[in-house]
Design a protein around this ligand. Sequence first.
Ligand code: SF4
Length: 372
Amino acid sequence: MAERVIPLIDQRLAALGATLPALPIAANGLLADSLGRPLRDLRISVTDRCNFRCSYCMPKEVFDKDHQYLPHASLLSFEEITRLARQFLAHGVRKIRLTGGEPLLRKNLEILVEQLAALRTMDGTPPELTLTTNGSLLARKAQALKAAGLQRVTVSLDGLDDAIFRRMNDVDFPVADVLEGIAAARAAGLGPIKVNMVVKRGTNDDQILPMARHFRGSGVVLRFIEYMDVGATNGWRMDEVMPSAEVRARIATELPLLQLDPSAPGETAERWGYADGSGEIGLISSVTQAFCGDCNRARLSTEGRLYLCLFAGNGYDLRALLRGGAGDAELASAVGHIWQGRGDRYSQLRGTLAAGPGGAPKRRVEMSYIGG
Ligand code: SF4
């Protein structure tokens, strides 16, 4: 097997200034980017820390014991996150997802959940409030998160076989504890629960059928994610990608599937139901079937940088505006200005763009820094 080359660089790249447009941009929910895509989904990373070292996201070789995490003072406070989230909702966001790193490592996260749950979308309803976690702390936190206003969780689980799972997360964490977290989330009413499995050919693809069998009929929606070239540290290779079509074919050998309609515009997963009605799966195919056409997602890093794509190079520094005394209307105007200029569609153009200005980012931001 070819030697894996991992560039040792500081993942947190220089930020782009978030400027205020000459003419203020009103927050009226009609905002669209340069490809006509609205802003509907905000992913907020609340920490750059994680207790796992998944090889496709935060490889141990790079994020080792000497890795410097962001100082606490540089992280947005819960009040700052909530204030920014309010501007995104005013522009039409309907769904807020909390991510990380591992979001449950952020102390007192329930307080933030409570603050976000009190916000309202353009039509006066509460935003859809969800969270993506590796499940390691879920059994302890599920009830409190639900009580604070969290509606749903998505749990990452890359296999049922302990040895394979540990090979993927590279820490000595057992599958049983993640399954216990899922059970606790269900008992707390944090559903419907989704489980995300990243499929890496040659590492955990033999877990596809065991996972499907395990979650079929349970009410949990299992999604298979194509291994992606996120960031600059996971040593991604195309021959380790198992296309979703192959994943689906493998499942259908035993469990016939029928295609289902998307449940919402901009949905990342292609939905397939078991022919016997015992549940559904999702296929997230960023590599072989890009879904940039209706991508309505923005990402806020834990230190207040706005990223317009999972594969972006740089983010816009909203924290500087926040801590520089900008008013709500100015913040909303800056967000509007940035979104209007958005033309990102990395997955659609993967491999066709040369790195550099107007092309592919020289270095992509790490997924562990802005959330999946
Ligand atoms: S590659 Fe970027 S633009 Fe395309 S779907 Fe993913 S986040 Fe959206």
